[in-house]
Ligand binder design. Sequence first.
Ligand SMILES: [Fe+2]
Ligand SMILES: [Fe+2]
Length: 155
Amino acid sequence: MVIKRESDMTEKKTQKEQMEDLVALLANWQALEVEGITFLTELQGTTDNPVLKEILEIIKQDSGQHRRVQQLMIDGLTKQAFTLSPEDVALIWDKLDEHDQLEQATISMAHDARRSAGHPVIRYFLSYLLADEEKHHRMLESLEDIKRNLYPYGW
Ligand SMILES: [Fe+2]
Ligand SMILES: [Fe+2]
C-alpha cells in the first residue's frame, strides 16, 4: 500500500488535471441530457394533452441544445482551443446590435401580451417566452462586454 505524504495529498491539481475533471463533468452532464431526452419522449407518449406534450417538447429540445453546447466546450478544451477576441465581435457588432433591437422589441411584446392574457396556460407560455427573449438579450449584452474588452484574462 502506498501511503501518500501529507504534501502530496494537499497538493493542488495541475491545470491539466482541472481541465480533465471539467471535461469528465461535462461528459457526465451530456449523459444526463441524453437520458432526459429518452425519458421525456416516453413521457410524451403517456399523455394526450397537447399543453403537456408541448412543455415536454420544449425541455427536450433544450436538452438537445445543451448537449450540443457541452460538446462544443469539450472540443474546445480537448482539441482546438477557443478564441474570441474583441475584434471578432466588433466585426459583426452592428448586425448583432440590430438583432438585439429585435430581441428587445419582443421582450416588450411579451410583457404586453402577458398583461392582457387572462388564461393561466397562455400566461404560462408567455412567461416562458418572456424569459427566453430576456435570455437572448442578455447573451448579446454579454458579447458586448467582450467587445469592450472587459475580460482581460483568459480570452
Ligand atoms: Fe439541460
Ligand atoms: Fe429571441
